[in-house]
Ligand binder design. Sequence first.
Ligand SMILES: CC(C)[C@H](C(=O)O)[C@@H](O)C(=O)O
Ligand code: SF4
Length: 416
Amino acid sequence: MEATIAEKIFSSRCGREIRAGDVVMAPVDAAMIHDITGPLAIRVFREMGGERIFDPRKIIMLFDHQIPADSIPAAENHVFMREFAREQGIHNYDLREGVCHQVVMEKGRAAPGEIVVGTDSHTCTYGAGGAFATGIGSTDMGFVLKFGALYFRVPESIQVEANGTLPRRVGAKDLILSIAGDIGADGATYKALEFVGETFRSMDMPGRMTCANMAIEMGAKAGIVPPDEAAWEYITARREIEPFDLASDPNAEYAEYRQYDVADLAPQIAVPHNVDNVVDVDEVAGTKVDQVFIGSCTNGRFEDLAEAAEVLGKEQFAEGVRVIVVPASRDEYLKALRAGLIERFVEAGALFEAPCCGPCMGGAFGLLAPGEVSLSTSNRNFKGRQGSTAASVYLCSPATAAASAVYGEITDPREV
Ligand SMILES: CC(C)[C@H](C(=O)O)[C@@H](O)C(=O)O
Ligand code: SF4
């Protein structure tokens, strides 16, 4: 039988032929827990009578949402997790490395063909490298910590094919926002989104990560880019693994097909308060912004910062706009530092913060007051996502964020 990439990954990991719709107990190749959801997973593991975790080498532990601790409960969570890591022999990246999804990818902890879970909805990011990766709840993670396996209902797939070359200053984020606008916030619920076509094939790994990251914003269980040379190059630079072929069969069965030609794509904006409220930038150009956030697991990589810096050029950020730039990880931070980007952002008036989730979730800092408007390169714009429920969050690409930060209002980066 011809199979999709998602079906093939489950078949290979379970050692028998698996079809979409099957409910299987599948082994987990890696499991990520962070400072917010980790403590609950550990408590569930204990309640289940857990003493030793299934394999400490397969656990990725780190802190990124509330770092450095922004409250006493957060500090207590960190202490609790550090103790668990010591007791179980887990390598804890602690608060040094950055946002969980960036760190998992950059440390080579998710590889093509693997099943990877994390107690965070954007775990689907690792599909950029050909893993079947999905966010799970802390209760499920308690089970994974004990048994190293989990029940899955193997998803049907939606194939999204994109062809053509993205225009200047239009990038992966614009493409995925446009796809989210079409599919809708629940249009891919429990499906695997498979990204194929020449646009994805010529996209760099950071761009693929931006796209896979937002699969969950359409309700998808996973977002997968079939691994090609670029993906294998990325992973083999980080861990010892022999490349192999992994792609859907030509006649595999899909729930749906969607096709895009990106040659004329305009910069896209998700306007408040849903990710699928997507419009071309010119429909909202001129909207005044109070805060601009460039960062997150969606768009906090070096390439994103470099694109923003290129659009910024020698300009200053507009008076009255708070520009917050947060690299997604220590590695990305160092690359930005060495390339002189940090100096440029700070000179132009930005606050440059250490790697963490930052204002993305309205957690640690950068919260909005009622009535304020934020333009953000992150992935969610629900009411209250970045502070007050009476504030507004618009989502965009790093290029649009930088252009808008210079003019103090939503601006088409192609005109800068
Ligand atoms: C805190 C965590 C559970 C949450 C998620 O799962 O996505 C967060 O990272 C987010 O982006 O809202
Ligand atoms: S950067 Fe934002 S979306 Fe990503 S893990 Fe952190 S809070 Fe979640």
